[in-house]
Structures are given as C-alpha cells and as structure tokens.
Design a protein around this ligand. Structure first.
Ligand code: GAF
Length: 382
C-alpha cells in the first residue's frame, strides 16, 4: 500500500483540508471464474495492493475528484445522473448509488491513489468503488453491513459504469480476512473463510496483456452462458441460473444449445463443483488436491470458456515444473491480466524470478511478478 502520510499531505496541499483516509484492497481469485453472475461459488483472497481514498468536506456543494494515478482533477456540480465514460465514473457512480439510497451527499473533495495494477484482472475497479464508498459514508457518518455495501458498489459498476460484473470483487474487497481465502456463495452471500497456511505464498504473475470487464468479450461470454441456462430452464422451469444446473442437464439438452453456449455452461457448472471442492481441500490442508483443481480450472477456463490468451496459457505452462508450485491458473475476468500461483513460501522468490525469465524469453515481454499475501478487507486508516 502507498505511503499514507504522503497521501495525506498530497490531499492537504491540493484541497487545504485534512482528509479522512480509507483503504480498499484488490484481490486474486484462487478459483471460481465467471460463476458469480450465475449465482455460483467463488474463492478469492484480498491482496496487499490497495486503493486509498481521502475525503474532506467543502462548502460550495461541489464534488472534486482527484486521481494521483490519472494525474487529473475533475470538479462536478454535485451528484451526477449518468456517467461520462471516464475514470471518474467509478467514484461518481458510487456517489450516485448512495444518493439513490436516500443519503444527502454534501460537497466534498475526494483524492485517490492506488497501487493495484490497473487493467490486470486484480480488481482495481472494485477497490476504487469500495474505497470511495467508505470515504463518502465516513463523511456522512453512515454505514452498511459488508454484504449490502458490496451490492451497492456492484450496482455502481453495473448501472453507472455500464460493466456487467458480478459481486465477487466488491465483496472480497470489503469482507476479506488477513491470511484467508473466502468461499462465497453468490446466491445468498453466505461465506466461509479458509486459512491459507503460512508456508504458502500467493505469487501473482502479470502477463502485461490488458484486461477489461467493460470490453466486448466479458459480456459476450456472460450472454453465451446465460443462453445455455435458458435452454435448460425451458425443460426445468425452476432453473434461474447456471448455479441450478447439472452436468446431467447438459448431457440431456446440450444438443439444443449453440456449441459455444454448451462449452461456456460446461465450464461454469464444472467450476462451481471445483470451487466448493477446492475450499474443502484447503480447509483439510490437502494442497495437492487444491493444485490439481486449479489446473483443471485453468484448462476449463482456457478451452471451454475460451477466456484465456496465448500469454496467460504460457505463464501457467511455464510455472508447471518450477520448484515449490502448488497450483497455477489465470485469475479474474480473463483475456489477459494475471495468473495466480500458489507457491511454497521458501521457494517463492526463486519461483518468481525463474518464471519471469522464462516468460520474457518465450513471449518477449518482461512480466511483473509479485510475491503477495492475503490481506484484510477495506478499512479506515490513520
Ligand atoms: C471480473 C468481474 F468483475 C467479476 O464479477 C467476475 O465475474 C470475474 O471477472 C470472473 O470471475 O473480475
């Protein structure tokens, strides 16, 4: 996380006021991809990269938003009804959703500084939404239970930004626990925490291929998998989401689906099973099984969901025989971004170095590789 003292000073100098400061982490998803919007299971962990939001009141009713990352300040007359397709849509979307919930939002200065790598599939968007939400709620002295706040932030992204994401990223950014992964049931938002053993490191390898949820492929995949669900629902009226479907359903009615829809559904249904099994394996300390499930999940993500890319497949393949590897797969929304590698802590640095060198040699791009640990959820920082 960036230097909070320096951040406070930046806000003071720009806005001539002392800010309250909040931090919201990014995340990796250990397993359970493209299952959240199908009311299925995911198992993310927050990481030690975060977005800081500083807030102070102003008395002209305006809302000023400054991002150190963008190097830009924008001033709005007040709450906005719709987005402008710029980075400010994330914070202003949160403000609009909170106003829609009946909160009177006073004028304020919001400054933002993030070290969550952008467009890398590590939920920089959710971290920005959650940090903003905590800051604005702090300003008006209001609060929500974690799951409700996650829904509000998700709505900001769905309704204001226009990205059709699920609940995973906002949920983990708010509700994470240090040194734990969180198995979330995206149907009722109940969850189970699974400790990540001390001897296991989260090694995040950035392919440097840009990822985006708002772009074309994510919503296309979502539509394709929902079309498969509609076919099953036409036979089994109780079915609402792929969460309700089984592999037997696919065996019976898969031939009525477009081939791509069948593949997407096979991924989602299998991924739900793998995710629940992965949490059990982690809870039992069966890291071999966890690694095997991650490998199967990557294959399914790449082949059936077609959510990977040459670079991410290479990053996963190149990790396979390196000492200390427990499991590796592409994490997050896909089509680029990062792989998550669970690695024996004592091998983690050497692993990161060797993987980086192999990737650079094969792909011709120098990747960023981070040895991380699971961090706690969003909070006020002093
Ligand atoms: C992105 C989305 F924001 C999440 O909701 C989730 O669907 C994920 O992609 C894929 O598992 O991070």
């Amino acid at each position: 996380m960036h230097d909070v003292k320096l951040f406070r000073e930046m806000h003071r100098q720009r806005f001539k006021a002392d800010p309250m400061i909040f931090a919201a982490p990014g995340r990796v998803n250990l397993i359970g991809e493209h299952t959240d919007y199908a009311e299925g299971f995911v198992m993310p962990a927050a990481i030690n990269f975060a977005t800081l939001a500083g807030i102070s009141p102003r008395n002209d009713g305006k809302i000023a938003v400054y991002s150190e990352n963008q190097g830009e300040e924008k001033v709005f007359d007040g709450v906005q009804a719709k987005g402008t397709k710029e980075w400010t849509d994330y914070p202003m979307g949160v403000v609009a959703i909170l106003a829609g919930e009946g909160h009177k939002i006073p004028g304020h200065n919001l400054s933002i500084w993030s070290d969550v790598p952008l467009a890398s599939g590590l939920s920089s968007s959710a971290a920005l939404e959650v940090a903003t939400a905590l800051a604005v709620l702090g300003l008006i002295d209001a609060s929500y239970p974690g799951p409700t706040l996650a829904r509000l932030c998700q709505r900001a992204e769905n309704e204001f930004v226009g990205a059709s994401c699920g609940i995973m990223d906002q949920f983990i950014s708010i509700n994470a626990k240090e040194n734990h992964a969180l198995l979330l049931d995206c149907r009722d938002l109940s969850y189970k925490l699974a400790p990540i053993p001390d001897h296991v490191a989260l090694v995040i390898a950035n392919t440097m291929v840009k990822h985006s949820v708002a772009g074309g492929d994510y919503p296309t995949r979502r539509r394709e998998s929902e079309a498969a669900c509609a076919v099953i629902a036409s036979h089994r009226p109780g079915v609402k989401f792929l969460r309700d479907c089984t592999l037997e359903d696919l065996a019976k009615w898969g031939h009525e689906m477009a081939p791509k829809s069948l593949m997407r559904a096979r991924h989602v249904i299998g991924e739900n099973l793998r995710t629940v099994a992965a949490c059990e394996a982690l809870l039992k300390g069966d890291l071999k099984k966890l690694g095997r499930l991650m490998a199967e999940a990557h294959l399914s993500y790449s082949k059936d969901f077609e959510g990977s890319c040459v670079e991410a497949d290479a990053m996963v393949a190149l990790a396979q025989d390196l000492p200390g590897l427990i499991g590796a797969r592409l994490t997050g929304g896909g089509f680029g971004g990062c792989t998550i590698n669970l690695v024996e802590q004592k091998e983690a640095e050497a692993f990161a170095e060797a993987l980086g060198a192999r990737y650079a040699e094969q792909i011709g791009i120098v990747p960023q590789i981070h040895v991380c640990h699971a961090s706690g959820g969003a909070r006020r920082v002093e």
